[in-house]
Design a protein around this ligand. Structure first.
Ligand SMILES: [Zn+2]
Length: 218
């Protein structure tokens, strides 16, 4: 499953999404993915987690493994970045959940790679503050409201998540957009069958196609 339809599901959650045109949606998706990918230049993960953690710690970032449970499954927090002081929190339940998921699916994935998956996403958010600038402030703001000659513009915070996923995919050379895994995990935890999950991804692709191909709309 390609990055664009998945990125769309992220953008759809932005408050201003309903007021965006198809062209704007298309360019926001392209630009945020490009921003994330290009930012991964020089950050290729070679499987050596210790070295990467050292590099991050040397850059002044604390890395913490936390036990916090996440009761609410619709708003999933796997890891977090906090600015003051710069810290990355990785939640153990998330590592455990991913481990079990891959085990059930018959894949052998090392725990280090699962940690790296979380770490690179949050590392991108650190880079946004230390080097790159926030993704949503680098890309054009959207018009939220027009009052005569006055326009109220607003940044789109979800672009930061799309870029962080694109960054992680590129840095770790993953064949899939990391958001795909989030969807997959959420739905299989909710007990959805493989067929129903496949249908879900199919619907996402269709929604994306309908927006991108206006002649087929309605
Ligand atoms: Zn994030």
């Amino acid at each position: 499953m390609s990055a664009l339809p998945l990125a769309l599901t992220e953008l759809e959650q932005d408050e201003v999404f309903p007021s965006l045109s198809a062209n704007q949606i298309s360019s926001y998706l392209d630009e945020s993915i490009r921003f994330g990918r290009e930012s991964a230049e020089g950050y290729a993960y070679d499987g050596n987690l210790t070295r990467w953690m050292d590099r991050m710690i040397h850059a002044g970032v604390r890395i913490r493994f936390a036990d916090r449970k996440n009761g609410n499954h619709t708003e999933w927090v796997r890891a977090q970045y906090r600015r003051k002081p710069p810290s990355i929190y990785i939640y153990r339940f998330s590592l455990e959940q991913l481990k079990q998921f891959f085990h059930r699916s018959g894949y052998r994935v090392s725990e280090n790679d699962l940690i790296a998956l979380h770490l690179f996403h949050e590392w991108f958010h650190h880079l946004e503050y230390s080097r790159l600038g926030r993704t949503d402030l680098q890309l054009p703001k959207a018009v939220k409201k027009r009052w005569g000659p006055l326009t109220l513009k607003q940044p789109l915070p979800r672009l930061r998540e799309i870029a962080a996923h694109a960054f992680t995919q590129k840095a770790m050379d993953l064949p899939w957009f990391p958001l795909w895994l989030d969807h997959l995990l959420l739905l299989s935890e909710q007990g959805w069958s493989k067929t129903r999950i496949r249908e879900h991804f199919h619907q996402i692709k269709n929604r994306y196609r309908q927006i991108m191909e206006p002649e087929e709309r309605r």
